[in-house]
Every structure is written in C-alpha cells, then in structure tokens.
Design a protein around this ligand. Structure first.
Ligand code: 5GP
Ligand code: ZN
Length: 105
C-alpha cells in the first residue's frame, strides 16, 4: 500500500512527532493553514471516517485532541477540527486536522 501517512508512521519519511503513543500519532501539517495545524491520526490505516468503528480508538482520538487543544493553548483562542472525506481528502488515511488560532478571538 502506498500511503504517505503509513510511511511517516514507519519512519520511512523522517518526521518530528508532536505526540505519539501505541495507537495515535500527531504531527504538524506540511502546509499549515494557521500557526498551529496538527494532524491527529490513528497508527492503524483506516481509510476514512466511515472506517472508524472501534469505540476505544474513537475515545483515544478524542482524548488526544483535547490534550492537544490544551497543550497548544487554543482553548480560548479559536480552533477548528476538520475531517475531510467522501473524496475531498488528499490522503486516504484517517486524520483529524486541528487548526488555530482563528482570528478575532
Ligand atoms: P486531507 O485533505 O487529506 O484532509 O489533508 C491532508 C493533509 O496532509 C494536507 O493538509 C497536507 O498539507 C498534509 N500532508 C500531505 N503530505 C504530507 C506530508 O508528507 N507530511 C505532512 N506533515 N503533511 C502532509
Ligand atoms: Zn496509511
């Protein structure tokens, strides 16, 4: 399988991780839309949001996103969470964008 995010996970492409554990990894987007633009993703290759059926993994992703929002001090600065799907995504390996701060706050 030719998945760029699996290659990042497997260290075939060098990358600094903002966070990593046995199930989840977080790293900065290569093309940030805002000063903070992190990608939160399961290590397991799930091709999109409809592939996410494991409640434990869903809970872990939620917990890590909440941790990142706090660590990046975005809780009162404006942030956005985005999951692209249905053909709008560039990379077919499930990931959540955490983007901020957003203007005006
Ligand atoms: P999608 O449209 O699939 O939700 O977004 C994929 C995101 O991955 C894009 O924002 C793009 O900038 C980012 N991206 C693509 N290739 C790489 C890469 O090799 N490294 C990193 N850090 N981000 C990437
Ligand atoms: Zn993958």
């Amino acid at each position: 399988m030719n998945c760029i995010f699996c290659k990042i996970r497997d260290r075939e492409i060098p990358k600094e991780f903002t966070y990593e554990d046995e199930d989840i990894m977080v790293f900065p987007d290569i093309n940030p839309l805002k000063p903070i633009h992190l990608l939160v993703m399961p290590k397991k290759h799930l091709k999109d949001f409809l592939d996410l059926k494991d409640k434990t993994l869903l809970e872990k992703i939620k917990n890590i996103i909440q941790k990142m929002i706090k660590e990046q001090k975005l809780e009162d600065k404006g942030y956005r969470l985005v999951i692209n799907g249905g053909g709008t995504q560039i990379v077919d390996h499930l990931h959540v964008h955490l983007v901020g701060p957003l203007g005006g706050v």
